[in-house]
Design a protein around this ligand. Structure first.
Ligand code: ZN
Length: 674
C-alpha cells in the first residue's frame, strides 16, 4: 500500500529537527497543465560508504530498466506514442512559439508525467490542444527510420491507428474505470487485460483457481495479463521468457550486480530470490522473497522493485511495475522505531471490537528513508509513505515494513512556502498559526501511523476473503489506516513517548484533514465529475461522515464568511470520538467482509461532490495558481571509475531539466521495442 500526499501536504515553516536542508536548493523544475515538477534533495548520501553508493547505483539502473513496463501496462499504444512524440520534439525545426507547438509541448510533458496518454491520478485521457493537421504534418516530416512502426506497418497505417487514440475523446477515454454498474474491465483502457475479456470472465476465472481453504495464497493475478485465446481465458505471465521479457532481463542484469555488493547475506539472499521470481514468474517465489525482504530490517540501503500496487487494476489484482531505491534517514528513523516498538499498545487500545484486533502484532518495522531513485509507477508522481508487502497472510505472519519518504515530504513542504493557501482557506489566524507550527510534524506522524500501525492493525475473521470488499477494498483500506492514525494523533501516549511536545498539535492535522476532505481536494476534480481515486474517496468518506454525524452537536460546521465557505471545528475532542466510531465500523466491515455495508458507506459519502462548493473551491484556487499535482525528477547518479574502468564510487547531481531527464531515460532504458 502507498500513502500519497494530500496535495497541500504542508504549509508549515517548521522543519523537523535533524533534517539537513540546504536553503539554496532549487526545488522547482517545471510547470505545465495541472502539474508542477520538483526535484528532491538526497541528504546523507555522503555518509554512505562507496560500496553502498555503488549498490544504490546498480539498484537505480534496475529501477530505470523497468520504465517501459509501466508505460505498456498503462495502455498498449503508449510506447509507440511516446517514441513518436519524442521524435517530433527532437526533430521539429518550425516555430517553437506557435500555438500548435506550445500545445504539443504541453501534451508531451503531460504524457511523460502520466507514463502514458492518461492522467496519472484521474486516469482520464489527456486532451491535446494542438490540431490533428499539425500532428500528421509533423509525423510526415520524420524520416522512416525514426518512426515507431510495428512489423509490416506503414507510416499511413501508423497515423491512422494513433490519431484517434490521441485525439478522439471516445477512444480509450479512461485508464481505470471504476463505476461498478458497468463492466470495469472492458471499459478500462489499461493493458492489464486482453482484448474482449470481460469482468465476469475474469472473476469466474479467478474463482475457479482460488482455493478458499489455502491459508497462504499467492497474490493471484499480480504478475499477469488475463487474455482470451480461442475463447478460453488464461494468464500470460510477466517474466524473463514471457511478457516484458527484454525489460525484465535488464532488471535482472542490474539486480545481479547489486547482489554482489549487498550489505549482508540476508540482503543478497532476497535479491537472489527476487531474481529467481523474475526468471520464472512464480508467485510462490515472490512470497518467499517478500518474507525475506520484510525480515531484513538491518540493511541501510533498501529497495522495492516489482509488480507491487494494484490501484491501476479496477479489480485490484494486477500489480503495476514500480521501483524505489532508498536508504535510511538516520535522524528521523528514531521516531518511527519508537512507534513501531509500541505497536501492540496501539492495537490493544484502539476503539475496535476485540474480535477484530490482532492478538499479537508481529514485526511491524518502520523507518524513515531518503529516496535516491523513483521509477515506474512511482515516478514522476510518487508516494510519501509505503507499507509492504501487500499479501495479507504475510503481513499477519511476518509483519510488514513501513517507510516514510522524508526527503520527498520535505521537498513538498519546502516548495509550498508562501503560496497563499493558508490565507485563502484556513478560517482564522490562530488555526493558521497552529498549522504553521505543527502541520509538518503531525503530517509526518500521520503518515508514520497510517503506514506502520494503520495498515498493519486488525484481523479478518476466519474464512473471510481478503478481496471481499471488491471495488471498494482500496478506498476502505485507506480509510481504515487514516482513521487509525487520526485516532491516535491526540493521544497522550505520543507525548509520553516524546514524539509530540504539545497536546494541541493534533488539531493542525484534524483541521487540515477536514479542510482537504470536504473542500480543497476537490481542486483535483473536474466540474461535474465524481471522486474516483481510492485515497480521495477515503478522505471525503471520513470528512463527510464526521460532518454529518457531528451535526447534532455542531462538532464541525461549514460556515460562510464574506460569501466564502470555511471549515469550523468547534469540538476537537468529540471529533476524535467520531473518528473512533468510524474506525470501529470500517474495521468491522473489513473483518467480516461486509461488502454491502462497504458499498453503502462509499456511495453515501465518498463519491458525489456538491457542485456549488466544488465550483467555489476551483475559483478560489484559480486565484492562487497552486498546481493540484506534483511529482519529481530524479537526481542523476554518476559512476566514478578507476583506470581499469571499474566503478569505485558514485556521485550525484541535480541539474537536469524535465525534458532532458525524460529523453535520457527513453534513450538509455528503451527495452520494449521502440
Ligand atoms: Zn495507505
Amino acid at each position: 500500500m502507498k500513502y500519497i500526499a494530500s496535495f497541500m501536504i504542508a504549509m508549515s515553516i517548521g522543519i523537523n529537527a535533524g533534517a539537513v536542508v540546504d536553503k539554496n536548493f532549487d526545488y522547482h523544475v517545471d510547470r505545465f497543465a495541472d502539474i508542477e515538477v520538483l526535484r528532491y534533495e538526497v541528504p546523507e548520501f555522503d555518509r554512505l560508504t562507496p560500496q553502498q553508493r555503488i549498490m544504490i547505483y546498480y539498484l537505480s539502473q534496475a529501477a530505470q530498466a523497468g520504465r517501459d513496463i509501466i508505460w505498456d501496462q498503462n495502455g498498449k499504444y503508449n510506447l509507440q506514442i511516446r517514441k513518436l512524440l519524442e521524435e517530433i520534439y527532437k526533430n521539429n525545426s518550425g516555430d517553437k512559439n506557435s500555438k500548435d507547438y506550445k500545445a504539443f509541448e504541453k501534451y508531451l510533458k503531460q504524457v511523460w508525467f502520466g507514463n502514458g496518454i492518461h492522467h496519472h491520478y484521474s486516469t482520464d485521457k489527456f486532451t491535446p490542444e494542438f490540431s490533428e493537421a499539425f500532428f500528421i504534418a509533423e509525423v510526415n516530416k520524420l524520416p522512416e527510420s525514426s518512426l515507431p512502426l510495428q512489423k509490416g506497418e506503414t507510416r499511413e497505417e501508423l497515423i491512422s491507428v494513433l490519431t484517434p487514440v490521441i485525439f478522439d475523446p471516445t477512444v480509450m477515454p479512461k485508464r481505470v474505470f471504476q463505476d461498478g454498474s458497468k463492466d470495469v474491465i472492458t471499459n478500462s483502457a489499461s493493458n492489464l487485460y486482453g482484448e474482449g475479456v470481460t469482468q465476469a470472465e475474469v472473476e469466474a476465472y479467478y474463482n475457479s483457481i482460488k482455493n478458499p481453504n489455502d491459508t497462504t495464497p499467492i497474490s493471484y493475478g499480480l504478475n499477469s495479463r488475463v487474455v482470451k485465446e480461442n475463447g478460453k481465458i488464461k494468464e500470460e505471465h510477466y517474466h524473463v521468457n514471457g511478457l516484458y521479457g527484454p525489460a525484465i532481463a535488464q532488471i535482472i542484469y542490474w539486480l545481479d550486480k547489486a547482489k554482489n555488493v549487498a550489505e549482508n547475506e540476508a540482503q543478497a539472499a532476497y535479491i537472489t530470490k527476487l531474481i529467481d521470481y523474475y526468471i520464472t514468474g512464480d508467485l510462490k517465489l515472490f512470497d518467499e522473497y517478500s518474507i525475506l525482504w520484510v525480515e531484513d530490517t538491518d540493511s541501510d540501503v533498501d529497495f522495492v522493485n516489482g509488480f507491487i500496487e494494484s490501484y491501476g487494476d479496477p479489480l485490484g489484482m494486477t500489480g503495476s511495475w514500480e521501483s524505489y531505491v532508498n536508504f535510511k534517514n538516520q535522524a528521523s528513523t528514531k521516531r518511527t522505531e519508537t512507534i513501531a516498538s509500541n505497536a501492540q499498545w496501539f492495537e490493544d487500545n484502539s476503539p475496535v471490537d476485540k474480535r477484530f484486533k490482532k492478538g499479537e502484532v508481529k514485526g511491524v518495522s518502520a523507518k524513515v528513508i531518503n529516496a535516491a531513485m523513483l521509477a515506474g509507477d512511482a515516478f514522476p508522481s510518487t508516494a510519501i509513505g509505503i507499507n509492504l508487502p501487500n499479501a495479507n497472510w504475510i503481513r499477519a505472519a511476518h509483519g510488514s515494513k513501513s517507510v516514510t519518504l522524508e526527503n520527498i515530504t520535505e521537498a513538498y513542504d519546502m516548495a509550498s512556502h508562501g503560496n497563499g493557501f493558508n490565507e485563502e482557506f484556513v478560517i482564522d489566524a490562530p488555526t493558521s498559526k497552529l498549522m504553521e507550527d505543527y502541520l509538518y510534524i503531525t503530517d509526518m506522524l500521520h503518515t508514520d501511523l497510517h503506514e506502520c500501525l494503520g495498515h498493519a492493525s486488525g484481523q479478518l475473521l476466519p474464512g473471510v476473503d481478503p478481496d471481499a470488499l471488491k471495488e471498494n477494498g482500496s478506498a476502505l483500506e485507506e480509510a481504515r489506516a487514516d482513521l487509525f492514525a487520526l485516532y491516535y494523533l491526540p493521544d497522550q501516549k505520543l507525548i509520553e513517548l516524546g514524539i509530540l511536545d504539545n497536546p494541541d498539535a493534533y488539531k493542525a492535522e484534524y483541521y487540515k484533514y477536514m479542510l482537504n476532505g470536504l473542500m480543497t481536494q476537490l481542486n483535483r476534480i473536474e466540474p461535474g465529475k465524481d471522486i474516483e481515486e481510492a485515497h480521495m474517496r477515503n478522505r471525503q468518506l471520513i470528512a463527510a461522515w464526521i460532518l454529518e454525524h457531528g451535526k447534532k452537536d455542531k462538532v464541525v460546521e461549514l460556515v460562510k464568511k464574506k460569501g466564502k465557505t470555511y471549515i469550523k471545528i468547534n469540538d476537537y475532542k468529540k471529533m476524535r470520538g467520531l473518528i473512533g466510531e468510524l474506525l470501529a465500523e470500517i474495521q468491522r466491515i473489513k473483518s467480516e467482509g461486509d461488502y454491502e455495508a462497504g458499498v453503502a458507506l462509499i456511495n453515501k459519502y465518498a463519491v458525489k461532490v456538491d457542485p456549488k462548493l466544488h465550483q467555489e473551491v476551483l475559483e478560489r484556487f484559480a486565484t492562487l495558481d497552486i498546481p493540484p499535482y506534483r511529482g519529481f525528477i530524479n537526481p542523476v547518479l554518476v559512476p566514478v571509475t578507476d583506470d581499469k574502468g571499474e566503478i569505485v564510487d558514485v556521485t550525484l547531481t541535480y541539474g537536469e531539466t524535465y525534458p532532458e531527464q525524460m529523453l535520457r531515460l527513453s534513450n538509455d532504458f528503451r527495452t520494449l521495442g521502440y
